[in-house]
Design a protein around this ligand. Structure first.
Ligand code: NAI
Ligand code: MG
Length: 365
């Protein structure tokens, strides 16, 4: 049995994870996949019920699970919770504890949504790329960090952008291996021109490439140029490997291809353990969307496509993952739209009805 810990979280998190679970239930019931989903109390809901954002039972279930399916946390709404408690349930802590260093963010231009994109349809036609963002090191974790008071009484904010050779090499290996399963092309993105860790990044990626993956096409690109190229010619990219900070920013830039954050899935994966299995955390890339929470209008496709990544990477069922992605494409082609991806005048479905359209396409597949 594949045990999946479901952490709905805040805002639209529970609304969209419910739909992803419904789709996974379909694969268990109709395709015989041995998936068991267990909802866990965590974050704001756990704080209200039990006075802690991370109950011991939840943490134990996370550690025992084969994969996590995560909704979203609302860090702003958690401001009233004491900082120490907030940190316990924090996503950054979970990523670090599970050592899920490789963050996959696939982005494709769905043909049915071309008109809803802020880009010209012919600019994005054929775009199908995946970010491999380093997730457990870099400037979000480096020390020293903090806000310090200087001798003259003024304050100074400090973060440290740090990468070790090993941290770079493992994410580079992941990206090259993934490229071999796709179009065999890696773009490594850094700021080697102005940052020391960026210089090391470029050297180590080149070394791993030469030693182990010389059959894969590799190009290096500066991060600022990458932002431009993603808007100008996104179809030129296959696998983009980059650090934690640039991966955060650039994948949001590329997310504009679809016109909505609500379409984008992600997976965070560890190295394979002694049993050959990777720890994995799946989540839509969007946040808790407080502006639309509780209304039943959120787009569930980011969460549902995250479930497709789960089928591919944890359940070992790539054909079923393809089936689910094709069902999303079929639902969109048939005109299913939530408000965030609809053009003016187009009929709009709620969260549940959008999932119904995907499940109907699955039934027909
Ligand atoms: P957000 O992603 O929650 O929302 C940005 C905009 O996109 C909003 O207008 C929202 O309505 C829309 N949107 C997002 N997901 C959507 C969906 N599935 N369907 C339709 N529309 C959607 O980002 P924002 O507003 O910057 O942050 C809100 C809260 O979420 C903050 O507390 C932030 O810390 C948290 N957050 C959590 C993340 C996580 O749990 N991984 C990631 C990003 C933000
Ligand atoms: Mg982000």
């Amino acid at each position: 049995m594949i045990e999946i810990a479901v952490l709905p979280g805040d805002g639209i998190g529970p609304e969209v994870t419910d739909e992803a679970v419904r789709v996974l239930d379909w694969f268990a019931a109709r395709r015989g996949l041995p998936l068991r989903m267990t909802r866990l109390l965590f974050g704001t809901a756990a704080w209200q019920a039990e006075g802690t954002t991370m109950p011991d039972a939840t943490w134990a279930a996370i550690e025992a699970a084969d994969a996590l399916l995560f909704g979203a946390t609302d860090s702003l709404a958690q401001q009233h919770i004491p900082a120490e408690e907030r940190r316990k349930g924090a996503l950054l802590r979970m990523r670090k504890a599970l050592d899920v260093f490789a963050n996959l963010r696939p982005i494709r231009a769905w043909p049915a949504l071309a008109e809803a994109s802020p880009f010209k349809p012919r600019t994005i036609a054929g775009a199908d790329l995946v970010f491999v963002r380093e997730l457990t090191a870099g400037v979000y974790f480096g020390t020293p960090r903090g806000i310090e008071t200087q001798p003259d009484g003024s304050r100074r904010g400090v973060n440290t952008h740090s990468y070790t050779e090993a941290e770079i090499a493992r994410v580079a290996r992941f990206a090259f291996a993934l490229a071999r399963q796709r179009r065999n092309r890696v773009t490594s993105v850094d700021k080697a021109n102005v940052m020391e860790a960026g210089r090391l990044w470029r050297d180590v990626v080149s070394e791993v490439h030469a030693a182990e993956f010389a059959d894969v096409a590799l190009e290096h690109m500066l991060a600022d140029n990458c932002a431009l190229q993603l808007g100008r010619a996104p179809a030129r990219f296959d696998v983009i490997v980059t650090d934690n900070l640039f991966g955060d920013l650039l994948s949001d830039c590329a997310g504009a291809i679809n016109g909505s954050l609500g379409m984008l899935p992600s997976a965070a994966l560890s190295a394979p353990g002694p049993d050959g299995r990777r720890r994995a955390l799946y989540e839509p890339i969007h946040g808790s969307a407080p502006d639309i929470a509780g209304k039943g209008v959120a787009n569930p496709l980011g969460a549902i496509l995250s479930a497709a990544l789960l089928l591919r990477w944890t359940a070992g069922a790539p054909a079923e993952a393809d089936r689910l992605e094709a069902a999303v494409e079929a639902a969109l082609a048939a005109g299913a739209r939530t408000a965030d991806i609809a053009l003016p005048g187009e009929a709009v479905l709620g969260t549940r009805a959008m999932t119904d359209a995907v499940i109907a396409a699955l039934e027909a597949s």
